[in-house]
Write a protein that binds this ligand. Structure first.
Ligand SMILES: [Fe+2]
Length: 269
């Protein structure tokens, strides 16, 4: 599940390991963050703060406040978790970086959001190959304050876990995750707003997703999304727009039906 300890050391991952119930668990080693780390967080935060009020969904803005994000310091997971847990029952769960599908969906089904504890370097402010803590925490965690959104995520994970050995099911569920949790847009009071973490952790794509004439903006449609492959490492060619977070939650029944149908067609028993 985890990258090896040498890799962690070399990459100065700010974490500690605990042996808990016979498995190795990670915690955020908050005291190990340097002044430089906090400054990088502040720079990224300040850059987004200029555009968030105009482009981000209300849930993101309210969520940041409720969870207690501050502009000038890296969030302390324990403090955030105490607040988040009382709102939706979710917590941030420290991981070294990208993890395998099975533990990833198991954490989500267990109301734990996997998040890195390391932050990009100063020369990587605008582009990063692998999601860091700014993406995982700043981008994702505020939405975890919304019950319809978290129920959607939890159920999506539960459905996926039934077919975790089936690469086709992983592919189509990943498309739904991608076009909602990572790159979703929402209509709020007649305006287009961003709720996807892949967009909200990028200043450039936040503006592009709302203002640009280039991408298509399509109505949210589970069947359409499951048939739509996605692209990585560049701005999206299309976004899917929801009308409410309840619409996401209400789509779970249809997702379940379609996944089971695909699994059967895929000769899965
Ligand atoms: Fe993400």
């Amino acid at each position: 599940m985890f990258k090896n300890l040498t890799w962690l050391k070399e990459n100065k991952i700010k974490c500690l390991y605990l042996l808990k119930e016979n498995k190795i668990d990670m915690i955020q080693a908050y005291d190990q963050y340097t002044q430089e780390d906090h400054e990088i967080w502040s720079l990224l935060y300040a850059k987004m703060a200029e555009i968030i009020p105009k482009y981000a969904t209300d849930v993101f803005i309210d969520g940041m406040e409720q969870i207690g994000f501050e502009s000038n310091k890296i969030p302390n997971f324990d403090e955030c978790n105490a607040r988040l847990k009382s709102i939706t029952g979710w917590v941030i769960y420290p991981v070294p970086g990208l993890i395998d599908n099975k533990p990833f969906f198991e954490h989500l089904a267990n109301k734990e959001f996997p998040a890195s504890t390391w932050l990009r370097k100063r020369e990587e402010l605008d582009y990063l190959e692998e999601p860091d803590m700014f993406h995982d925490v700043y981008g994702h965690v505020p939405l975890l304050s919304n019950m319809h959104f978290t129920s959607f995520l939890e159920n999506l994970a539960r459905i996926t876990l039934r077919h975790i050995e089936n690469p086709w099911i992983i592919e189509i569920v990943s498309r739904l995750y991608w076009y909602t949790v990572e790159f979703g847009l929402i209509r709020e009071e007649g305006k287009l707003k961003v709720y996807g973490a892949g967009i909200l952790s990028s200043n450039g794509e936040t503006q592009y997703s709302i203002e640009s004439d280039i991408p298509k903006r399509l109505d949210f449609d589970v069947a359409h999304i499951l048939q739509t492959p996605y692209i990585k490492d560049k701005f999206q060619e299309q976004y899917f727009v929801i009308d409410s977070y309840k619409q996401l939650f209400d789509s779970i029944g249809l997702l379940e039906e379609m996944v089971e149908k695909e699994a059967m067609a895929n000769n899965e028993i």
